[in-house]
Write a protein that binds this ligand. Sequence first.
Ligand SMILES: Cc1ncc(COP(=O)(O)O)c(C=O)c1O
Length: 389
Amino acid sequence: MDPVYFDNAATTPVDPQVLETMLPYFTEDFGNADAAHQFGRNCKVAVEDAREEIARLINAEPSEIIFTSGGTESDNAAIKGVFSALSPAGKNEIITSPIEHHAVMHPAESLKRQGAKIVYLKPNSDGIITADQVKEAITEKTAVVSLMHINNEIGSINPVNEIAAVCSEAGVPFHSDTVQSVGKIPVDVKEIGLNMLSISAHKIYGPKGIGVLYVKNGTPWIPWLQGGSQERRRRGGTSNIPGIVGLTKAMALCDKNMEANTQKFVALRERLIDGLEKRFEGKFTINGPKDGGVPHIINIGFKTDSNQGLDGEMLLLNLDIEGVCVSNGSACTSGATEPSHVLQEIVGDETIANSSIRVSFGKQNNEKEIDFFLDKLEGVLDRMMKVAS
Ligand SMILES: Cc1ncc(COP(=O)(O)O)c(C=O)c1O
């Protein structure tokens, strides 16, 4: 069997239909979208068509869509852009949570040097922040609230509609990192009522290095990346046309197939959990929400009969040798030895946090792969547990 890839929350393979849409823009329609000649004009049309389609898919206005290099840039631009706009007026507080992606946490932390105060709201054991917590934390000094939609490590879903309502009532801009939700669950900016959101193509079968920052018209926000006059002077840099058309196709396909993909993920999850229960009863726990999270992200912690933890890094490496690729945290921290900041916060037990793996499904996965994974996991765990106890 080919290696099984269960790390789709880190990145996904590009859909062949997406690739096909992108290819002409590398070789034939390769122009610079800002050029006045026909090569440029063709590309400009492609970019503006893409902008309209993306706006339609999330129910925004085309003028509210800014193309970026991905989720990290969008998160940085959102937080730093609002902070720059509002901090001169004395609004220097940023409300966020300790289980955000580093693309939110690190820019927030870096703003401390410019006088920002970061307020971290504590998630419950399912990884959820409530609107009441946000309401209580908002002060007249709050510049921005940034809370993610779906957590990339445990699959929890924040009540963004309720949080947006609280922020809107208080007149505070609300940004949500929707990198893991757009294309997976419905995201309608008007229905949610948020000011800003971040999208990344490579999580939804599109190319790496392209994303979107949605900024609702009227939001106090200063462009973060200066340069040329692209994106109506809100994000300098020559437009990544193949990326933009690829992202758009990827979003359209995910939108079209959302229900079918979700059903598939639900079935895969059930088979996995059933298998885990049959084979490893009492030796594993699901970190984060047992119900109510997204079906395609499952974070599993293991322990031995004598309640010892296992080395999650070794577990991951052993599974890799056996042909199964999972993750032990967010992709961006893979390779680092410290346990995931999300699990440390949610699980509160360093042993389990260190003994955990994240399994995340993509639309290309199937039930045979779940069975293969369970077989391999059984062998690896058996060996590791003998050594540990
Ligand atoms: C929730 C979340 N936000 C942001 C990012 C960063 O996105 P990108 O890789 O496009 O920079 C990721 C990717 O791991 C993510 O999962």
